[in-house]
Design a protein around this ligand. Sequence first.
Ligand code: NDP
Length: 287
Amino acid sequence: SPTPLTLLGLGAMGTTLARTWLAAGHPLTVWNRTPARAEPLVAHGARTAPTAAEAVAANELVVLCLLDDASVEEALADADLTGKDLVDLTTGTPARARARAAWARERGARFLDGGIMAVPPMIGAPESGGYVFYSGSPAAFDAHRQTLTVPAGARYVGEDPGFAALQDVALLSAMTGMFAGLSHAFALVRKEDIDLLEFAPLLAEWLVAMAPAAQTTAGELTSGDYTTGVVSNLAMMVAGNTTLLRTAEEQGVSSELLLPFMDLMERRLKDGHGDESTTGVIELLHR
Ligand code: NDP
């Protein structure tokens, strides 16, 4: 029968997670700082606890989905964690996750950190491709794999409790670059007589066509040879940057989103790596 569990935090994400566990028949105890947010879930069979400590006491498996690490600290302050399996889905840094794991171990709990690669509409919708990175106690993951797979796919990425957060943030950082690129592209075309709704799928298809660069880059970093995947070398790309920057100027668009990466490409070229791909830029990023 479905494992009973406790969930602390009923924000946008927590509430969506709760609904999927209830729908799958898991007995669920919930707690939220603002109790009113639990009411709609009680109608769907959730139990509420008056304090976080009592919610924690109700079940062995305790999932947290709170705003930040400070709210986790506050919520668990009075809870007895002996024998608990804590799964913290609150977004944080790798160092925070490692510190929280050590803190949980000292209190007698097994710990998993999670990084949610989904927005609420992707939760409980397997076809959306959303999933959660988990790292930390392998025994806790094995024990709860089935329950953790109810809201979204579960990808266990290692015993180091920081690895889920690290890979989560790496993907979000790449996404930030993508949003920068999208913003610049739309700024270039939006003042013209171009149908943005027709332009959008071209942009999306282009990004998808370029995405295999992730695999090429990984291969080059692994081999140490940055010339293998070269279809466009750095010398050619840096020359092409001139056209990108001139077009921005012609269109009256700031090039501030492009310049940081272009500057790195130029530095790498000046260091004598014109025959390589852009992978060598990564060498310049390490402090
Ligand atoms: P919300 O802002 O909707 O909810 C925040 C939750 O944290 C609420 O339950 C809130 O309680 C609680 N909270 C805030 N401060 C405290 C505190 N000091 N003590 C106790 N509880 C506190 O956030 P989300 O649900 O969207 O996000 C929750 C986590 O999930 C975050 O770490 C977020 O990064 C992560 N996440 C969210 C995604 C999303 O798209 N929403 C995507 C991926 C990850 P109260 O109701 O009382 O304010």
